[in-house]
Design a protein around this ligand. Sequence first.
Ligand SMILES: NC(=O)C1=CN([C@@H]2O[C@H](COP(=O)(O)OP(=O)(O)OC[C@H]3O[C@@H](n4cnc5c(N)ncnc54)[C@H](O)[C@@H]3O)[C@@H](O)[C@H]2O)C=CC1
Ligand SMILES: O=C([O-])C1=[NH+]CCC1
Length: 310
Amino acid sequence: MSRLPKYIEADDVKRVLKMTELIPIIEKAMGDFSKGDDGGVVQPVRSFIPIEKHGGFFAAMSAYSEKDETLATKLLTRYQENAGTGIPTHTSAIILFEPSTGELKSIMDGDVITSMRTAAASAVATKYLASENSKILCILGSGDQARSHYKSLHHICNFEEVRVWSPTFKNAQYFSSQLRSKVCATVEEAIRGADVIVTATFAKQPIVEWEWVKPGAHINAIGAVNKKWQELSSELMQKSVVYVDSREAAMKGSGDVIISKADIFAEIGDLVNGTKEAQREKTTVFKSLGIAIEDVVSAKLVYDKHMENH
Ligand SMILES: NC(=O)C1=CN([C@@H]2O[C@H](COP(=O)(O)OP(=O)(O)OC[C@H]3O[C@@H](n4cnc5c(N)ncnc54)[C@H](O)[C@@H]3O)[C@@H](O)[C@H]2O)C=CC1
Ligand SMILES: O=C([O-])C1=[NH+]CCC1
């Protein structure tokens, strides 16, 4: 057997990874993570290097799942200033090891996985927290996450209307020309009356106000992935029931949580495990930062399916 690690490129990841298969795998991983020692997940909070000179950051996200027998790390950069230059704002690779021997098994593209597993995690949150009769989806942002959330959330709700807002109007128009949606000129117009809201932007200051949000709506807050940044107003965070992917990570790295001093009610994994209540009738926020176990179980799925054909 060759000892060379298998390189799996983005097109191959895209070919084998299907949202319908991914959502239940991410749901189980979030549940295992929130079980603590019983879940068999070992995952330190990601390490983070700010590259201030160039307005970027580097992060290393590692986890081991004993139940899935998978060990991997994702190395990631985020350079916001790349937007509009043709260079991606996020770049990542996932490195998979064999847990029984420590051997290097595979190096694969991490961009497709990041895009899809983040949207799959929001799909899980939406399944537990959105009103069962959700009809209007609002997406703030028109980039990669906006697109993948459009796709994943249609697996959960039967939306009759999708609205999109983006700071650059023509980007929202382009999104709308590819994915059926109505372009809104302001955040307020996009939000009012929406049942499910996705914030997937680079905003560093709040762009969503409590008074615009329909009572009982569910918000998947994906951006503001730094302790100094906010996408949602402090009032909105304080008055909503707040769920996170990792309590420890959110308390260390989410400006939406830290600056607002909002209480975290539960992790999404607690809903999966049935240990905390899904307060569907209230206004809910899923503050997502992204956790390594999501990458690890996605990488295992990609590796196993890729190897079936090679
Ligand atoms: N929670 C998680 O697991 C993950 C979070 N993210 C975060 O989600 C956000 C979106 O990421 P992508 O869609 O991959 O990026 P992208 O570069 O594809 O799109 C970014 C979007 O933000 C908009 N934007 C730029 N400046 C803005 C501002 N000042 N105010 C409001 N909107 C602004 C852009 O017009 C664009 O629509 C980023 O903050 C990113 O770091 C990304 C991956 C995983
Ligand atoms: O979890 C993740 O991959 C990311 N979180 C913030 C930027 C990318």
